[in-house]
Design a protein around this ligand. Structure first.
Ligand code: RP5
Length: 163
């Protein structure tokens, strides 16, 4: 009999240590929801060998990859390309001074047909974490309960009137 054990961990990767100020929101919400994650710097351009090695074996350790990068942001797309759809990639375009994040947004979401990257808003690292947790919750009822409470609290925090 095959003993199937689901992989319940998320990889949070980013192109530079300077992206961590944004990507820590992804790490924070994952931790709040009880989802295990590894946080790594993997640059598509500066450490292409590290990216290749990571993406080739990521499915053995993780269920989802959240990938944040700025400017000419090829990290999420290249990751998806090398992983060949073994696990999904959620891309986080990160704001930069020169293009306000628009270059990163289009580099991340304008993928050719066949190689999708689920892209959140510019600097939308928290939503990336929430999406990753939702994927994990399909196989982990504790995470699903925490997400349910998160939604309950979120809804209750929104007042009916502005004043
Ligand atoms: C991208 O280039 C990184 O993701 C980062 O957002 C941007 C600039 O990197 P640093 O020069 O700040 O390290 O690859």
């Amino acid at each position: 009999m095959i003993n199937y054990k689901p992989i319940l961990k998320v990889a949070v990767i980013m192109g530079s240590k300077n992206d961590y100020s944004v990507m820590r929101e992804c790490e924070k919400i994952l931790k709040k929801l009880g989802v295990k994650c590894d946080v790594l710097i993997v640059s598509a351009h500066r450490t292409s060998d590290r990216l290749y090695k990571f993406a080739k074996t990521a499915h053995k350790k993780y269920s989802v990859v959240c990938a944040g990068a700025g400017r000419s942001a090829h990290l999420a797309g290249m990751c998806a390309s090398i992983m060949k759809k073994k696990i999904p990639v959620i891309g986080v375009p990160i704001k930069d001074k020169k293009t306000d994040g628009i270059a990163a947004l289009f580099s991340t979401n304008e993928m050719p047909n066949g190689i999708p990257v689920a892209t959140v808003a510019i600097d939308g690292a928290m939503n990336a974490g929430l999406l990753a947790a939702t994927i994990i919750s399909l196989q982990d009822s504790r995470v699903s309960q925490k997400l349910e409470k998160y939604m309950f609290d979120l809804t209750n925090s929104i007042k009916k009137r502005p004043r």
